[in-house]
Design a protein around this ligand. Sequence first.
Ligand SMILES: Cc1ncc(COP(=O)(O)O)c(C=O)c1O
Length: 388
Amino acid sequence: MTFHQVDHPLLVIPGSIEVSDDVLFANASPSQSHMSKSFTETFGAAIKMFRQVLVTERGQPIITAGSGTLGWDMIACNLTEPGDEVLVLHSGYFGQSFADCFETYGVKVTQLKAPVGQCPSREQLAEALKSKKYKIITVTHVDTSTGVLSNPQIVAEVVREVSPDTLVALDGVCSVGSEEIRMDEWGLDVVMCASQKGLGVPPGLCLVCASERAIKAVETRKTKINSYFASWLNWLPIMRGYEQGKPLYFATPPVQLICALNVSLKAITSKPIEERWTKHKQASTDFKQFITNELGLKQVPQDPSIAANGMTAIYFPDGISAPDIIPRLVERGIIVAGGLHKDIKDKYFRVGHMGITATDTETRHDLEKVKEALRNVFKDAGYTNPTA
Ligand SMILES: Cc1ncc(COP(=O)(O)O)c(C=O)c1O
């Protein structure tokens, strides 16, 4: 059967993203037992393919119902114990939320905050790591509130130099599937994400991947894990079981979503992952050039080298605000996101270009449609590019 989803407004917020017909159809798979042979194969294959996306051989994926937020809880409750010190690198709204999550578990958080549009420097990071012994350092790879791209490879390198026992955790919710990540080579201990962004699946899955060092840390902790559902000790046998073709039960997996994940990961891993990163970079560069050159607008990241490839955060020009632009885009069938970072909330908007919006340039032309709509709505709002 050939399935085509109904016509709908083009969703170009920085997640959830547009989902392919194949993935959406898999999300409507008929009921099957979560202990069946067919589902065990589907889940086991998804676990293996997720490793390929993160370029890891040794990492252990844990895929459950949930969202990115559950990934924070998993990292906090499994890898820290009450009273531990944690360093959160803050490049926007989501760093603050990760810090709040740690505090829920009685962990002492230090945030290394960068001004809006920037991320902490290598020197600031080294200095912070020298000042205290941290159990974990966290990096938001792409902070979705600012579109700032951090460099987890450099972070892991500095950690190895200055504080090698500190675990490195990556919030990859807005980067897995759209940005380069090499978990083993860079020495990342945990990568967490969700289904609804660069992996191109509807929302509802939390995906984490833990290094051998992270697993050892949870297995040798002194205190009890302060969560039942989020405890990796409950999930590890389940994940290993599905991968070995021997289904085990802890909590019912979201069967249809995992079928959808399997189909999306098959498409993603059918080509070298480097090609996917390059496609996202090309789409992003082209769109950002349009924003700068044709519209004459500034972006939130203060330098192109720290701008995400899966989204663009754009300041409104003087005299123009969200109500002049966003409803006009809606009238043209384009859904973008408003501001989120509290310091600049009303001053900017965000466009997502992850997944098929970035990669399927042959049949979809999503970003061409967005560009055309932006040209028109800025003109309708009375704006002309002063530099043109
Ligand atoms: C960078 C980042 N981290 C964490 C989250 C939380 O994920 P979720 O909304 O799936 O719970 C988000 C959500 O957009 C995010 O962008």
